[in-house]
Design a protein around this ligand. Sequence first.
Ligand SMILES: [Fe+2]
Length: 366
Amino acid sequence: MIFRQLLDKTSCTYTYFLADSKTKDAVLIDPVNTNIDIYLSLLKQGNYQLKYSIETHVHADHVTASGLLREKTGAQTAIGFFCGTESADHQLHDGDLFEFGEKEHISVIATPGHTPGSCSFFWRDRIFTGDALFIGGCGRTDFQGGDPGQLYDSVTQRLFTLPDETLVYPGHDYKGNWVSSIIQERTTNPRLAGKTRDEFIEIMDQLDLPTPKLIDIAVPANRYCGIEEEEALQIAATETDRIDPRQERRGVQGAINNAKEQIQQIDLETANQWLESGETVLLDVREIAEFNAGHIEKAIHIPRGDVKSKIEISPETNDKSAQYLLYCASGNRSALAALTMQNLGYTKVASLIGGYVAWRRNVTLF
Ligand SMILES: [Fe+2]
């Protein structure tokens, strides 16, 4: 069995390469888009076939290479169900298994808290913890739907209950550490060792960290497996003729087409009638930077990727029988979000055709 731990020096991200020397199956965990050539040459050198490209969560500090790897190698992408990345091939739940090689398997352990969809991956004698647990630390919980109480429960109840000697391979390290163990973290991690849940929440609430530089680029892109929405749609459009029909539903365009077939889409005129009635909840599902740059009056903001985890608990959006109108920039993300809501039991959901761009054009004209 081949195992490599690769460091992206720009974001201090660890990527893990696992491969079976006999069958040539390979798996990558948390690949970074700028290192795509390194991964492709690793695969080529050993004549490996990438089977899965797996994410521990939607990253805020770097863009994933998963979408590119899927395009270039045919690998299947996978990420936690609550990450809001419908275009990934596999939506992971606690207890799911990846099988590769002769008899290798990676089991999925849901470890929410850093983000609602964060997962850790257990393979042989080691656990890949993403940003749930670092060596002597843990991922932050102050954005992307983070929740310190939930992170404490994930780490103490799920990770710290693994065998003591389990090796801990984190998603990042900023101090030059490479590997730790469960007993080492349980007994010496300054944020968690001997701390109560309340003490941990207090520590996390007082961190006061700066916003990651890449967050406005990385989070929206990573929700499309690391490809910008426009770019992803262009790739899908140009490749439609030559992709295997079985893969028609794969990728970004597949997910969007599928959503549009299943939800109600309305034009601007109907949207205005709905809004004038005063009974429609208007929901902006773009990212925060787009919302802050301008939005339709009275719109509530929930980014598409957070709809699954937030919509039912927000008092403004928890009524499943109310009427909702969703918009994004052009009508693609809002179609995905509308389907998410529909699947959660919301009965009157529609997506605005043309999105904010069409609405702005209309406002300017009149
Ligand atoms: Fe993260």
